[in-house]
Design a protein around this ligand. Structure first.
Ligand SMILES: [Mg+2]
Length: 172
């Protein structure tokens, strides 16, 4: 059985980094609360809410993102039972490619390069997909697990996992 695992907001946490950068440059509070269904940038003043796009396109943005809690141990565990692929729509931000590769090599050295898929649309035929963006489930034929993130909290049509503990409970 093959499983496709997303990176951002599933393995890595870009939201914390965005808030840190907005805090550094504009004093946005570090404990910024994101309301269910909203994106981070909807909670910063309108004149700077496009700034996230500059941050994310800067080389280095993805190189030092914090880990989502429990992700390393959980992926290692999943490898005992599944062929694990990391699938990231990295083409959306071409400067992210090298950063994401090195970030994975640092934190997930047990994932070989053949199991890393950097792509545009996620057209993959794995048996399971774990992702925080429901748009990636369109046309996907396997089982989907929606990994909870503030922006998807109002969606009810998907099998949801709130954290990596719940992923292991469902899949191991
Ligand atoms: Mg994601």
């Amino acid at each position: 059985m093959k499983i496709a695992i997303d990176m951002d907001e599933v393995l890595a946490d870009p939201i914390v980094k965005f808030i840190e950068l907005y805090n550094r440059d504009y004093g946005v509070p570090l404990d910024l609360k994101i309301e269910p269904g909203n994106e981070m940038f909807q909670h910063v003043p309108e004149q700077i809410n496009n700034k996230w796009f500059d941050y994310i396109n800067e080389k280095g943005f993805f190189r030092n993102l914090p880990l989502i809690e429990g992700s390393v141990d959980a992926v290692k565990k999943l490898q005992e039972k599944y062929e694990v692929y990391i699938v990231s729509a990295a083409m959306e931000f071409p400067n992210s490619l090298e950063d994401k590769y090195h970030w994975l090599a640092e934190h997930f050295p047990f994932i070989g390069w053949k199991n890393i898929i950097f792509c545009g649309e996620k057209i993959v035929n794995t048996d399971i997909m774990i992702d925080d963006r429901a748009k990636n489930f369109i046309d996907f034929k396997g089982r989907t697990l929606l990994f909870t993130s503030p922006h998807n909290l109002l969606l009810t049509d998907y099998e949801r996992v709130d954290n990596w503990r719940q992923v292991l409970d469902k899949l191991m």
